[in-house]
Design a protein around this ligand. Structure first.
Ligand SMILES: N[C@H](CCC[C@H](N)C(=O)O)C(=O)O
Length: 280
């Protein structure tokens, strides 16, 4: 029998099981991740966040991400804020900005006066081969034939792949059909998180994301970063944008050729421990 202590947390409703494995270097395989993420047989979450000892001298901790389907992910914006809160709750964070190591590279974290966290999420990547996306843009967008007709989208990486489809009415966005279809289409060799956005004005957008390995989540931090960068690059929004997702509100800042800053909430819900027969 295995026993694991965990913390249940969320960032704008995107929920996580946090496992602090800094003292016990053990792997968490895809099957274990799926078990922990199972909302009936396990604890239940969109992603599993595994806290590891830092590798870089100037970082507080390293984190790994597993989606609910057990697949590994390269970045998790809402998760980064939750790890920052997790460390702050243990009195491990200094007053000034501190570095966390994500699979996509270092992210700098600041606790704001209102208790939220601002994370420097790094630079967005637009080159298709680095997303990766096996498609060339036609004009300023990518176009692909789908069962529902031609689909036009933008694409970028924040350390994980994102596509963005603009819609007139976010409530009617076809996440479970078009979103699911594009997210596992072979043009994205590693799959993709598919965002649907309705632009309200230059400082406000609505966003829903069908996430790779998790389905529609209440919020997606890296997806919000990618969406603002893609829209800013086409001069459809300003440098600072309120992103309204079903689970909450994030503030994203990006100037061309700069790093994306994301500000948002993090909540600790409960701690617990789980025993199960890990030979399953
Ligand atoms: N919810 C996360 C994204 C998880 C990314 C994962 N779905 C993938 O890239 O496979 C966020 O707040 O950024």
């Amino acid at each position: 029998m295995a026993e694991l202590r965990f913390d249940k947390m969320h960032g704008a409703g995107n929920d996580f099981v946090v496992l602090d494995l800094r003292a016990v270097e053990r792997d968490i395989d895809a099957g274990t991740a799926r078990h922990l993420a199972d909302r009936r047989r396990g604890v239940g979450c969109d992603q599993l966040l595994i806290v590891r000892r830092p590798q870089a001298a100037n970082s507080l901790a390293r984190y790994e991400i597993r989606n609910a389907d057990g697949s590994a992910a390269g970045q998790c914006g809402n998760g980064a804020r939750c790890i920052a809160l997790y460390l702050a709750m243990r009195g491990e964070t200094p007053g000034d900005p501190f570095i966390l190591e994500s699979p996509a590279g270092p992210v700098e974290t600041v606790r704001c006066a209102d208790g939220e966290f601002e994370i420097d999420m790094g630079e967005p990547v637009f080159e298709p081969e680095r997303i990766p996306l096996a498609l060339e843009a036609t004009g300023t967008r990518y176009r692909i034939d789908s069962p529902w007709g031609e689909l036009a989208f933008d694409a970028a990486s924040m350390g994980n792949p994102h596509a963005l489809i603009q819609v007139e009415d976010i409530e009617q966005a076809p996440l479970e059909t078009t979103g699911a279809w594009l997210g596992r289409n072979p043009v994205f060799p590693e799959g993709c998180n598919v965002g649907f956005t309705q632009i309200i004005d230059r400082q406000n957008i609505r966003l829903r994301v069908f996430e790779r390995g998790a389905g529609e989540t209440p919020a997606c931090g890296s997806g919000a970063c990618a969406a603002v960068a893609m829209l800013r690059r086409k001069n459809l929004v300003d440098d600072t944008v309120n992103v309204f997702l079903p689970g909450g509100h994030l503030v994203i800042k990006w100037r061309e050729r700069d790093r994306v800053k994301m500000k948002g909430p993090a909540v600790h819900v409960f701690s617990g421990s789980l025993r199960w027969n890990d030979e399953t």
